[in-house]
Design a protein around this ligand. Structure first.
Ligand code: NDP
Length: 376
């Protein structure tokens, strides 16, 4: 059990600066990197429900979503999701803490939490409607938290949860693959050298799938090292032309978007239940620009039209994939990591004092795995 006021008593002997304050990187308005502000005076999260778990953050990582959210992406829907009543009161979401991955130590739990206990090392992805992990503490629900793989350091562990929850949601819930059905399925991953791609290659290989990846020429060694069977260099001429020479695919996971969907559906096996799942969807952009209702309708019509077109042209499914928080799914990933089947791919890591520099790294693009921030 524990004390939800003096939450630090499990983790260090030094007295807290203030029992209700913690250090964090926050934003007070949307914008470019200049809006990031370090503070030691932000209210620490508390246990508000019987299933809450409070975690002392050891490491966090950055995802493209953090950069987009810093600029206001998704703000309308996320504000509604955070607190439906605040839409009526016009209450501000600021100061807002970014950071979608956490590896850390449980310091306090609600009375009904049974899966983890204070002192446990855990990892989790933090849903974008919750305060993020670029902070000393984060509070999540028990369902979102999982035991950290024993073989990984906190820095390594923080590189995985958000991309793992995204890949699992997209490949399993949307793409219809699973551990038992993926064997020998042909899967194409576009954008294979980034966070989602480097994780997805390894997951699919652990499940026995045949994996083809598109990436830049200088990432070929990385993705082959992670298990990719075939690699197509998208910078060496027409990528669609290169892929058309190959056997058709059962599932395509698209982490690039844009023009890709114009040619990708034609690469699927026709009339066999094959699915194209894109992670690059216009849903939140539509809601930001047209309002929640108008944006949802617009996105719904777009999705419907594309789905119909896919089925009518060659009997394939067109779908949008989304991140979904899921602690039990991370338990499965933890087992794969501890059995050596999935490795963390940490491209860069920064101390907590250099969060703005970590964002600049992210902004440069060309990710080769993940950028991690050590918090404590
Ligand atoms: P990253 O930034 O980590 O990786 C993107 C990778 O794609 C980089 O390695 C980049 O390297 C490569 N790339 C860029 N252009 C191409 C191209 N034309 N063909 C092949 N590879 C290319 O992003 P993530 O892996 O984290 O995410 C991928 C996408 O999925 C992002 O757009 C992200 O916003 C989205 N996403 C959506 C989610 C959802 O819920 N819908 C959840 C998570 C992610 P290089 O430029 O050197 O080739």
């Amino acid at each position: 059990t524990g004390c939800s006021v003096c939450f630090r008593r499990y983790i260090c002997s030094s007295p807290p600066r203030s029992q209700s304050c913690m250090s964090a990187w926050v934003i007070d308005q949307y914008g470019t990197n200049g809006v990031l502000r370090y503070t030691e005076e932000i209210t620490a999260p508390t246990i508000k429900s019987a299933t809450d778990v409070m975690i002392k953050v050891c490491a966090a990582s950055l995802n493209p979503l953090d950069m987009s959210m810093r600029g206001g992406y998704g703000s309308k829907l996320l504000k509604l999701r955070r607190d439906p009543l605040s839409m009526m009161n016009n209450e501000s979401e600021f100061p807002l803490i970014l950071g979608r991955d956490v590896s850390g130590v449980v310091v306090d739990c609600g009375s009904e939490v049974t899966y983890v206990a204070p002192g446990d090392e855990v990892w989790a992805s933090v849903p974008p409607w919750k305060q993020g992990s670029l902070a000393e503490f984060v509070t999540l629900s028990e369902y979102e938290v999982s035991h950290k793989p024993k073989l990984l350091s906190h820095i390594e562990a923080a590189s995985i949860p958000y991309v793992a929850n995204t890949a699992l949601s997209a490949l399993v819930n949307t793409g219809g693959l699973c551990r038992d059905s993926a064997s020998n399925k042909r899967v194409l991953i576009t954008g294979g050298s980034g966070g989602v791609g480097t994780f997805s290659i390894q997951l699919l290989k652990a499940w026995g799938a045949h994996v083809t990846v598109t990436c830049s020429q200088n990432a070929e060694g990385l993705v082959r090292g992670l298990g990719a069977d075939e690699v197509v260099d998208y910078t060496a001429g027409d990528v669609a032309e290169q892929l058309e020479k190959m056997e058709r695919f059962d599932v395509i996971l698209d982490g690039v978007g844009g023009d890709t969907e114009q040619w990708a559906l034609g690469l699927l096996k026709p009339w066999s239940g094959a699915k194209y799942v894109t992670l690059v969807t216009p849903l939140l952009f539509s809601m930001d620009s047209m309002g929640l209702f108008g944006g949802a309708i617009n996105a719904g019509v777009t999705l419907h039209n594309k789905a119909i077109q896919g089925v009518l042209s060659n009997g394939v499914f067109y779908r949008w994939g989304f991140y979904a928080p899921d602690g039990p799914a991370l338990d499965e990933v933890s087992r794969l990591v501890d059995s050596g089947k999935i490795l963390p791919v940490v491209e860069a890591h920064f101390p907590f004092t250099q969060v703005p520099q970590a964002f600049l790294k992210l902004e440069q693009g060309h990710a080769r795995g993940k950028t991690v921030v050590t918090v404590a």
